[in-house]
Design a protein around this ligand. Sequence first.
Ligand SMILES: Cc1cc2nc3c(=O)[nH]c(=O)nc-3n(C[C@H](O)[C@H](O)[C@H](O)COP(=O)(O)OP(=O)(O)OC[C@H]3O[C@@H](n4cnc5c(N)ncnc54)[C@H](O)[C@@H]3O)c2cc1C
Length: 361
Amino acid sequence: MHDFVVVGCGPAGSRFARRAAEAGHDVLAFEQGEVGEPLACSGHVSRDLWEYTGEGAREELLQHRIRGARFHVGGPDSDAHLFYKREAVSNVIDRVGLDRHLADLAREAGADLRENHTVTEVTEREDRVEVTVRAPDGTETHEARMVAGCDGPRSRVRDALDLPEPGEILHGVLGFDPDPDDGDYVDVHLTVPRFFAWRIPRADAGVEYGLAAPPGADVPDRFERLQSEYGVDLERRCSGAIPIGPPASVTGHRGLLVGDAAAQTKPFTGGGILYGMTAADHAARTVDPRDPATLSDYEDAWRTDLEREIRLGHWVRRAYSLPEPVQRAGLRVVSGEIGVHMDRPTSVFSTEHLRKLLSRS
Ligand SMILES: Cc1cc2nc3c(=O)[nH]c(=O)nc-3n(C[C@H](O)[C@H](O)[C@H](O)COP(=O)(O)OP(=O)(O)OC[C@H]3O[C@@H](n4cnc5c(N)ncnc54)[C@H](O)[C@@H]3O)c2cc1C
């Protein structure tokens, strides 16, 4: 019997598989397709990402450094309110490459990571879990002490363990213009109900345009409008789901959810790469597959670390729905040089940020 079966090898699954294997556990991990495919992510992350990668990753995966964001209450021709740092705030990376890199690290740590294996059923028993998998050679059943559901926003493991759904699931779309752009700033347009549209320069990898919104907000039409406002006609497009608002419980009797399956994302950007890997580390550190009682240690650990950030992130997102004149006035007041960490909204109260605010007056 394995210690852990991991379902899904995105950043959360591969990170958990790696850390659990390094802790000496027997880890079997399944990915339904090829790791990293299909792409449905901007790969815009804080520089903390490099704490989770191995040798040579930065040279291989970094596409561009970003110094800040221009916020617009309207389209590209509207006034821009710039938030910036003198050094890079964030990085734009090759997301498919990142997933492959993290999966390689998991394999090197000893996890048995199998691609083209789709988990179709998970059953919790008193002393184990049974996992049914559709593999290239037929159907297989595996037993483990615990299952880690790292299978993304529409998690099958979440359903199988009868765990609650995330607060909401947004629909995100993006597309690419191949023309290189090494601009310093991303553009954020508060023109979408309860979320935003964006433009991200990716240096030689071109420019990405995207938007996300709640279901029913007519995402395809809005995306067409964004393209026509920018005068681009994007060929390479993709879309995905963004879960916002973690459910009250992400652990079962012999299972746990990590990453998007647990909606461990930033409510004001939808970003989940760093939060998912942070939670994966908490899971690997706290959960003993032989002792189901340790699952509550995981709940405590990730919530202690991230819940306050997520709560404040919800407040930041509320500003996207304020009346336009209030948004404009607010942006005018708070824009300028910032000392905020993009994954940690609580850093708005940090000495670094307060010093920047004071230096403006
Ligand atoms: C349009 C868009 C833009 C985004 N931009 C950013 C961004 O710039 N920065 C950021 O941090 N985040 C961004 N995100 C969010 C980010 O993509 C997710 O938070 C992140 O991928 C979550 O990682 P994960 O490992 O939890 O889930 P996933 O990356 O979704 O990985 C889950 C894996 O499980 C596999 N799987 C699912 N079901 C099964 C099954 N039954 N059997 C086997 N395998 C299965 C899937 O194939 C997948 O590989 C964006 C999302 C969208 C939709």
